[in-house]
Each structure stands twice: as C-alpha cells, then as structure tokens.
Design a protein around this ligand. Sequence first.
Ligand code: XMP
Length: 308
Amino acid sequence: MLGPKEFIDDAIEKIKAQIGDEKAIIALSGGVDSSVCSVLVGEAIGDNLTAVFVNHGLLREGEAEQVQEVFKDRLNFIYVDASDEFLSELEGVKDPEEKRKIIGRVFIEVFEREAEKVDAKFLVQGTIAPDWIETKGQIKSHHNLALPSGMVLELCEPIRDLYKDEVREIGTELGLPDSIVHRQPFPGPGLAVRVIEPLTRENLAIERAADAIVREEVEKAGLDKELWQYFAVLTDTKVTGVKGDQRDFGYLVVIRLISSVDAMTATVPELPWDVIRKISSRITSEVSEVTHVSLSISDKPPATIEFA
Ligand code: XMP
C-alpha cells in the first residue's frame, strides 16, 4: 500500500478524473469510513460534493452536534433532521428486522430527496475491502445504482481497497479528530436495535441515557482504546427494585463491552470491576426507569454483538 500522504494524492487525482465537473453526494454518518470518504472527495471536487448527514432520531447522545461541529465548516454539509419522519413510522414496532426495513426505506426516501435537490450524478460510498472481499468477490468499481425514483447514480468508492486500520491512518493524515477516527462502530439502524421493547420516544430516551453513561465511564477509564464496542441495551424485562423505601418495577439494562478485530467474532475481556460497578450504580441512580443492570459475558459466537 502507498503511504497515507501518497494514497491521498493518488485518490484525489482519481476522484477528479472520475467525477470531473459533475455533482456528487454522500451520506455522511460520522463513522470513520464515510467521514474519510467525504473529506477526500471534498478535497478533490470542493462544493460539488454535498455531504448529507441524516439524523434519524436514533443517534447517541451528543452525536448529531458532534458530527455537525466537525464537518460544517469543512464540507458542503447538509444536516437533515428527519427524526420525526423515522420515529413516527417506528412507533410501537418491536421486531428488529421490521425496524431495520423501515429505517432502510425511510433513509432512502430522505436521501433521494436531497440527491434530487442537488442534481447529483455520483454517489460516493465508504465501501472498504472487508465489505466486498470474501462475500462477493471482486466487483466492478465503476457501476451504477438506480434509486427507487428512477434516478441513476454512478458510484465512486475511493477507499474500497483499504482495511479499517488503513482508513484510520488516512483519517488522521487528513486531520480528522480522534473522536471520528477512533469512533466505535455504530450500526446504521442506531439505537433502534438496542431497544428490545417496542420503540417509543420514551424508551429511546432511556436507552440513550444509559448508553451515554456507559460511554462516559468507559472513555474516562481509557478502556475505549481496547474495546471494539461498548454500549447499553434496554431489554423488555421488568425487574423489581427498591428506590428510597419504595418498591419499584423498572427495566433491566444490559451492558455489553466487547473486544473484536472485525466483528465476525468477539470476546468479552476481563473488565475492571470498579468501572462496571460505577456504570451500574450511575445507571440505576440517574435513569429513573431502570432498576437493574447486568453485564453480558457471552462471546460471539454463540451470541451476536448486538442483542437484536
Ligand atoms: P452482530 O450483532 O451481527 O453485529 O454480531 C456485527 C457488527 O455489525 C453491527 N451491526 C449492524 N450494522 N446495520 C449496521 O450497519 C445493522 O443492522 C447492524 N446490525 C449489527 C454491530 O454493531 C457489530 O459491529
């Protein structure tokens, strides 16, 4: 592989040659792949790239603000708050596959509206090598994507031959902050797959608050560098607890802190007990709907990383 600087120069030349003076669009999630792609293509074609960040209402605490802060002055950046559109369709849905289908469909609807507004000819995607190697074999890098509206976009995939650690190196070379470059993987359907209860705004708020505590304590303890993912899951189990001198019937939250290199397999490492206890006591005291916290200790396989 070329060094990071040479890779960037080479990628910019290739992007310029492919896109020319046409317009391009990218769905920027704030994950390292789409962030690196956005900045690379932005360096190559400037404001002819529109980077669309869709807030589907299923993001973690502070995430929408953080992504806007990093990119709003660096790219032709559009923030779309579509949370009402997503959440009204998801209200009361429990089945995780149903949630994923709805989120996928609404995402395309929202994104397509933006692509039409800018008259994009190219869709930039942050596909990386593990996304296509082994699963599909070599596929053509120049191919088209037809959107449901009939709009046809040509794909531009500037980092499709890179692995995650290489993408991170390029991100650092491009001057992206560590909060983006070393961000833990976060599923596209967001917190929806971490709420096992039927999805409501109230349940999402409970999950988001518990998850924020996990992230804060893990990061404060410096464990984020060692862990692949660390998060909370709001289960559909209610557990009796005591709050003050009252019996309480609240939610069971499970915390999942796992090590992995590629998410294909994962293990639960030995964890510092003081951090686990602190997370547990903070969640039950700060999130009033939760009475009980448990720690997941199952590896993948046989478990999966997410609960749903
Ligand atoms: P599992 O739960 O299958 O997850 O062990 C493996 C990795 O994939 C992420 N994940 C998803 N990512 N859309 C995504 O973009 C999804 O629907 C989805 N489900 C799971 C998960 O966070 C883990 O990193």
